[in-house]
Write a protein of this length. Structure first.
Length: 241
């Protein structure tokens, strides 16, 4: 066997193995389990990694209620909003993102079909973003190891420890970071996204409760867009929700 043919054979085997590895882990990915909604909404604290009851404790409407569950709108073998068939026995699969009529390739529109908040920011509101301006795509940061199954570990949220392996510092590094004017007074407790994101617009995202306690009718700075921050359990840092 010639060297060229041998190299081609090895390349094919590697690609085939990578494809099989991605598929074998897909069943544990959030794209497959769709655990996010039950995790954040449900009142059941027995769910793995659940730190506290979800929004169900506020609404009093259980996750199994027809108007909350998918079946509330997609009863039986109905239709999606775009007219595509929605079988009652639907199970997430590869074709949700990799349409066969597009040669299995994925566009950002495929991501936006489910990630509507990001579509609102990028398309509807037209927020500028240096990464998008440089022609970066969703998967440049959210790579296959995350999308296809997190190395076989099942998570209920992308905020859980280990669910997201990519960090801004992977690309943005340097000795100036610890001396940053916002990093230093907060003792490193702020994630980059807490300030460097269009969805976070003022100090009141963190300190709004002090305005309420002071009996002020409203914050002195305008608050708009999505302004929810969370204190992440995975690293104790404050970042965007």
């Amino acid at each position: 066997m010639s060297n060229s043919l041998r190299n081609i054979t090895w390349l094919f085997l590697l690609l085939f193995a990578a494809s099989m590895y991605a598929q074998s882990n897909f069943s544990t990915s959030l794209h497959a389990t769709r655990n996010g909604k039950n995790f954040w909404y449900g009142a059941d604290t027995s769910v793995t990694h659940a730190p506290a009851p979800g929004f169900e404790t506020l609404t009093g409407v259980p996750i199994s209620h027809p108007n909350v569950a998918c079946e509330g709108c997609h009863a039986g073998d109905g239709l999606d909003a775009n007219g595509d068939p929605y079988p009652a026995s639907y199970q997430p699969g590869c074709v949700d993102c990799h349409a066969t009529n597009s040669g299995w390739t994925v566009s950002e529109n495929d991501c936006y079909d489910c990630h509507s908040r990001q579509k609102t920011e990028a398309v509807t509101l037209g927020y500028s973003d240096v990464h998008r301006s440089e022609s970066m795509k969703c998967w440049d940061c959210h790579d296959k190891s995350i999308i296809h199954g997190d190395n076989g570990v099942e998570y209920n949220s992308m905020l859980e420890t280990g669910a997201m392996t990519v960090e801004c510092e992977d690309c943005h590094f340097g000795s100036a970071l610890p001396d940053h004017s916002s990093w230093d007074p907060h003792s490193g407790a702020l994630d980059c996204s807490a300030c460097h994101a269009q969805t976070v617009v003022s100090c009141y995202n963190c300190h709004f409760e002090s305005q309420v306690q002071a009996h002020l009718k409203r914050a002195k700075q305008p608050i708009h867009n999505f302004v929810i921050l969370v204190n992440r359990t995975k690293d104790g840092q404050v970042g965007t929700a």
